[in-house]
Design a binder for this molecule. Structure first.
Ligand SMILES: [Zn+2]
Length: 76
């Protein structure tokens, strides 16, 4: 697995083996985030969804989650 400089933990670590989302944001995650930070976000996302009772099928909610993910992973 190719290593990358993760924009969240700022360390050179293995990246994701697959693009996690089928869009531009997914490409950014794959290029900028390590596997372990991605797993952290997956857990964090579940907490946020439970806390705010979000429905990923709802466009507004999914936009909100995207913004939270960009902040969390420090995506550029
Ligand atoms: Zn990382």
């Amino acid at each position: 697995m190719a290593e990358l400089l993760c924009s969240k933990c700022n360390q050179k670590k293995p990246g994701l083996s697959e693009t996690p989302l089928p869009n531009e944001l997914g490409e950014k995650v794959r290029n900028q985030s390590c596997e372990s930070c991605w797993q952290e976000w997956v857990a964090q996302q579940l907490m946020i969804m439970n806390e705010y009772r979000l429905d990923p099928m709802n466009d507004d909610h999914s936009l909100f989650l995207d913004k939270e993910m960009i902040k969390f992973l420090n995506l550029k």
